[in-house]
Design a protein around this ligand. Structure first.
Ligand code: AMP
Length: 367
């Protein structure tokens, strides 16, 4: 069977790596020549709107999926007429627009920060009245890794914030003083079978995920699963769905969802019986889902911007190094490292050493 993927980045690469043992083949549609999934797949090098390339992809793939939310909706709709596209296009539409996404969360009685639609400076002023300050202004679409966002602390910053996000349709969200950030990776099969991974605790800086820790048996797991279950059912979802939450006490406020495999689930490659990548493929191909239990306490650290000394990383016992084959560039995710340990204290010690190697001695803040 051949799986078509819109996008040829590291997520497509890791899907291919998970799919080969299952006997699957892959074609990616991706305009960049140096796409990091390219060497592992058949690479159709064309724009996502290229009619011929879309036709070729639909012709050879048994099923199509995508690795990022911002694929053009018309291309997905067009493909969906000819071949199964999972997750379903309406899930993509709901997840790509922050206003629709948050509205849907609230319709399903999933808590979020207060938010309001912003179309221009006047509606931004009205939104500030409604939501209060501090607040975060975010573009409705095309934002990722903290891009297209501006924090507003005072009324005097409104114009600057509006200009900084490019004066495009946006939402204003209340700034959440969260205790921690967690995410739930869930998966639903074509037959409606559902499975959840243990929650991950996530640490961001400058809007980019730096580190995820798996949380086995966490008290917030049950509520997160209830929320995800509602969303999976509402969307008649197929594939992996990740939901990111801000946690305050017993409350989980949904921040966003990703209709795809997710960076906070990379630890599942070595830290769970079946990885998120394999389970996404199983789900979209109508195969039984694999066991989502963890095999130990896992920590995943992203390699961002520049490559640390990989020989030193590999000297760390039990470190699993994943390099994506991407050229280093500021703010760019070029790989990750995962540790899995039975003993949480041993994990902490190794994680500290890993972060020293990745960020330099002293590392990042380690809460
Ligand atoms: P996002 O692109 O929405 O996932 O935002 C990236 C990161 O910015 C989040 O993981 C948070 O660390 C931070 N952030 C985003 N929105 C808010 C908010 N409303 N309040 C506080 N922090 C936020």
């Amino acid at each position: 069977m051949r799986v078509g993927i819109l996008g040829g980045g590291q997520l497509a690469r890791m899907l291919a790596l998970a799919g080969y043992p299952l006997g699957l083949d892959f074609t990616v549609l991706e305009p960049a020549q140096d796409a990091c999934a390219g060497p592992l797949t058949q690479h159709l090098r064309a724009e996502y709107t290229d009619a011929e390339a879309l036709q070729a992809l639909a012709g050879e793939a048994d099923c199509i999926t995508y690795e990022f939310e911002n694929v053009p909706a018309e291309s997905v709709t067009r493909l969906d007429r000819q071949v199964h596209v999972y997750p379903p296009p309406h899930a993509l539409a709901a997840a790509r627009d922050r206003f629709l996404e948050k509205t849907l969360f609230n319709q399903l009685e999933i808590e979020t920060a207060p938010f309001a639609d912003v179309q221009d400076l006047d509606s931004l002023r009205a939104a500030v009245e409604q939501v209060g300050l501090p607040a975060v202004l975010k573009t409705r679409t095309l934002g990722y890794d903290g891009k297209g966002q501006a924090v507003i602390r005072e009324e005097g910053e409104l114009e600057k914030a509006w200009e900084s996000i490019g004066a495009v349709p946006a939402i204003l969200e209340g700034f959440v003083e969260f205790e921690r950030e967690v995410s739930l990776v869930s998966v639903r099969s074509r037959e409606g079978e559902v499975a959840f991974y243990p929650l991950a605790r996530n640490h961001h800086s400058e809007g980019i995920l730096r580190r995820s820790l798996s949380l086995d048996g966490d008290p917030a797991q049950q509520l997160a699963e209830q929320y995800a279950q509602r969303m999976l059912e509402r969307l008649d979802y197929v594939g992996v769905l990740a939901i990111e939450f801000f946690q305050i006490g017993h409350h989980l406020l949904a921040n966003e969802m990703a209709p795809r495999v997710h960076n906070s689930g990379h630890w599942t490659i070595e830290g769970a019986v079946t990885s998120q990548f394999e389970n996404h493929l199983r789900a979209i191909l109508g195969l039984p889902l694999g066991d989502t239990s963890s095999t130990g306490h896992a920590a995943m650290v992203n390699l961002i911007g520049e490559l640390p000394d990989t020989r030193e990383l590999l000297r760390l016992p039990g470190a699993h190094l994943h390099l994506y084959g991407k050229a280093p560039r500021a703010g760019r995710k070029i790989g990750h490292v995962t540790l899995v340990e039975e003993d949480r204290r041993i994990l902490q010690v190794k994680l500290q050493r890993l972060e020293e190697l990745v960020h330099g001695r002293g590392g990042e803040s380690r809460s």
